[in-house]
Design a protein around this ligand. Sequence first.
Ligand code: GAR
Length: 206
Amino acid sequence: MSDARLAVFVSGSGTNMENIARVIESGKLKGCRIQLVLSDQRDAYALKRAEQLKLKTMVIERGEFQNKLEFEAAITQVLQREKIHFIVLAGFMRVLSPEFVKTFRGRILNIHPSLLPRFKGAKAIQDAYESRESKTGVTVHFVDEGVDTGPIILQREVNILPDETLSSLEARIHAVEYELYPEAIQCLVDGRLELKGKRVRIRSLD
Ligand code: GAR
């Protein structure tokens, strides 16, 4: 696909979103653009980053709606209006409903800061750090109906060093995220990801 329109969903700092925008700008990630940065938090720093990058932003807060169904209906309406092809979750700390996932199956990516299925959930880096295991990592996966359970696209290991602090581990995990997410998005927009049940096959370049 050429010029795929991405919606990047954020809730927090937005460094992954900014990195994706910069990699697109540099020409290393081709065939797509960030059409929209959507936040479920009005005060997310990601919105400031997006504005500085001159990206279109939108805030849709869960609290504005009676229930999750209406909240997600509002999101879907925006995605349709903006003719979005793919949804890129980048620190979006909300679980999407099975109905939403079904509508966009195979078109929602998430990045998670661990080697899934290890350390699911919202504190994955801290949980890995406190586990005393020797390695953790980063996973990019398709979103399915579960939490951090979707078909895995790419994973990369990060060793937990003997003298590691939580913040040094965080920094090294983020550095890996900034490489892995653009790589996975490139495969997606190039149509190289084949989803077969729980499995993803990455077709090689012709
Ligand atoms: C990233 O480390 C991402 O992997 C993680 O949130 C951080 C967002 O940072 N996502 C999850 O934990 C999802 N379960 P950012 O806002 O600076 O991109």
